[in-house]
Design a protein around this ligand. Structure first.
Ligand code: FNR
Length: 381
């Protein structure tokens, strides 16, 4: 409504309301290195394309005369009340998009009551990002360091800063083959970007001959292998349980057997995700992985979803297929690049308004009313 009212006075929004078109806007705004790092995917980009195509395989079947004039997007995720079934996905190195980085994204999210999952690869420290977040639930994403003392120190700092839910990302124990970054020899971490959590960590600092301030390259070279050569096993999850007393969510699940193993390991939730197509090329669209996983474990732990969400209709499809909430990735980083904190806020308000309107027009008043009967499988071309 605000946008139409401003349109009457000849003002159009500075940033597009079309989240798919944000990528093009960001391309002309960012240097090729950072843009390629954010937009890029594994190898040929087939997984990224599959993520979007998977949404086209499902169509919403709208219902009429349901009285959905007013909606309430409020939901609960792992027992925590959230104003909408949307979180900001953990995305590191935000300062390559905008110098204000993760604290700006956290402030924008907090202004709407939305939870941003803070990444281990953030460009700002745990304490800085926590201070920027609001009073809502705080979630921290872990890239699991191969040094236990560093791991425990990071977990303790996250807990002391008020984070209550831990998201452990499993699919990025080493970086994938990403031609855009390789061709440009661009890796933010080598430049000391996305290392703030480690560089500010008292235990990590004791492992260095020279401080990260004196020798950022040396410190980066010590940190990168610590989180990128560590393919852990299922039998190691009790270690995290021992050192984290809140809910634990495993991110990067695509196979139904892994979802079952997460249940066996006593996890509280999973994120069905292929890291936005950045890790394994030629993977099924993440939404295609969702129904069988929900079937197998949906009543035993909470299932969240990400990879390719761009519209309100996408959110509806993921929820109708059994996801409790979705995580939004690249679009908010493009918003950050284009308009800092206000840009992230614009992106979030756009998808929230789109979800609210589309949900109502489809005939539903709350996200929890959605189920498989809201969709049909679309005939393939
Ligand atoms: C990511 N993602 C990610 N995931 C994670 O667990 N920790 C991280 O630090 C990062 N960093 C990161 C950087 C960039 C530039 C991108 C684009 C993605 C993955 C992210 O959490 C999420 O899974 C995907 O972004 C979801 O896909 P879409 O929405 O980008 O298609």
């Amino acid at each position: 409504h605000e946008i139409y009212a401003q349109g009457l006075q000849g003002h159009t929004p500075e940033i597009t309301c079309n989240l798919e078109a944000l990528e093009d806007a960001a391309r002309s705004h960012l240097e090729p290195g950072p843009f390629g790092y954010i937009a890029g995917g594994a190898s040929t980009g087939a997984t990224m394309r599959a993520n979007r195509e998977a949404f086209d395989h499902w169509r919403i079947v709208p219902r009429m005369l349901t009285g959905a004039t007013t909606r309430d997007l409020t939901t609960t995720v792992l027992g925590q009340t959230m104003p909408a079934p949307i979180l900001l996905a953990p995305i590191g190195v935000n300062s390559i998009a905008h110098p204000h980085g993760e604290p700006a994204a956290a402030r924008a999210a907090a202004s709407l009551g939305i939870t941003m999952v803070m990444s281990t690869a953030s460009s700002y420290s745990i304490e800085d990002v926590a201070a920027a977040g609001g009073d809502g639930p705080r979630w921290f994403q872990l890239y699991w360091p191969d040094d236990d003392a560093v791991c425990v120190s990071i977990l303790r700092r996250a807990r002391d800063a008020g984070f209550t839910t831990l998201v452990v990302t499993l699919d990025t124990w080493t970086l994938a083959w990403r031609p855009s970054d390789l061709d440009q020899a661009y890796l933010p971490f080598i430049r000391g970007i996305g290392t703030a959590v480690a560089f500010s960590d008292p235990v990590f600092r004791t492992m260095l001959d020279r401080s990260p301030e004196e020798d950022p390259v040396g410190a980066s070279l010590r940190w990168i292998p610590m989180i990128s050569r560590t393919c852990r096993g299922w039998d190691e999850l009790p270690f995290l349980r021992q050192h984290w007393d809140g809910p634990i969510v495993l991110k990067g699940i695509q196979h139904v057997d892994d979802a079952r193993r997460a249940v066996e390991a006593g996890m509280d939730g999973i994120v069905v995700s292929n890291h936005g197509g950045r890790q394994v090329d030629g993977v099924i669209g993440s939404l295609d992985a969702l129904p069988s996983i929900v079937d197998a474990v949906g009543d035993k732990l909470e299932v969240l979803f990400d990879s390719g969400v761009r519209t309100g209709a996408d959110v509806i499809k993921a929820l109708a297929l059994g996801a409790r909430a979705v995580l939004l990735g690249r679009p908010y980083v493009y918003g950050l690049a284009l308009g800092g904190e206000a840009g992230v806020r614009h992106v979030l308000r756009s998808i929230l308004a789109d979800l609210d309107q589309t949900l109502g027009l489809a005939g539903y008043r709350t996200p929890t009313e959605l189920g498989p009967d809201a969709l049909i499988r679309a005939p393939r071309a």
